[in-house]
Design a protein around this ligand. Sequence first.
Ligand SMILES: *Cc1c(COP(=O)(O)O)cnc(C)c1O
Length: 239
Amino acid sequence: MRDGDLLGRYERVLERLDAACAAAGRRREEVTLVAVSKLHPASAVVILAAAGQRDFGENYMQEALQKREDMATLADSAATENIRWHFTGHLQSRKTASAAGVFVLLHTLDSCRLACALENRLASCGERQAVLVQVNLAAEPQKSGVMTENLPALVDYIMEYCPHLELRGLMCLPPVFDAGEAARPYFARLYALREDLRARLSLPLPDLSMGMSGDFAAAVAEGASLVRIGTDIFGPRLA
Ligand SMILES: *Cc1c(COP(=O)(O)O)cnc(C)c1O
């Protein structure tokens, strides 16, 4: 891929994000663009980091850790030292050790079992981890995420037993893909769930991670604070 293509796509996404914020009457600073670099090389991340992109998302733990290593050898640290890595993939309880201390935000906490594994790991190294709870809004059996009816219990568990987890909000992957406006009711639903939790727990819960290449404008309109965009920035994934 030529650098110019990547930077051109990136610029267009930034313009669309500006337009989506303006249309929704929101300030651009309210929405963080997470560039989802899964299955794209470290070299592409370096190019975007040099262009000023700070937040990157990865879905596979092995790949995420490898990419960070690759970048250390590829780039001068000035371009990449400010990168904030997000984990947006499914996290397995037995792999939590490798996640500790690496990611600014885990978007996909979805069970008490996983919360417990993370808590134990974090307690032993004395670190805190910011997390979002992923909600399976349409109760799709093949998808990760806590079922809506189990969300309050999971949040209560985190509040009571996981002092090293900092709960910042909710995340979803709507059942419709690349569907633009058709995804909007799901985003509105996630917003409402967050408002319920806020009222019940008196927590700020500032973050809603929702919106991808095909539907991020709708997510911004419904209150997203983080949009996760892969394809429209990096092009098609290779694997
Ligand atoms: C791959 C992925 C994205 C990015 O999707 P695009 O359609 O390529 O923008 C966002 N969020 C999650 C959880 C993903 O797995």
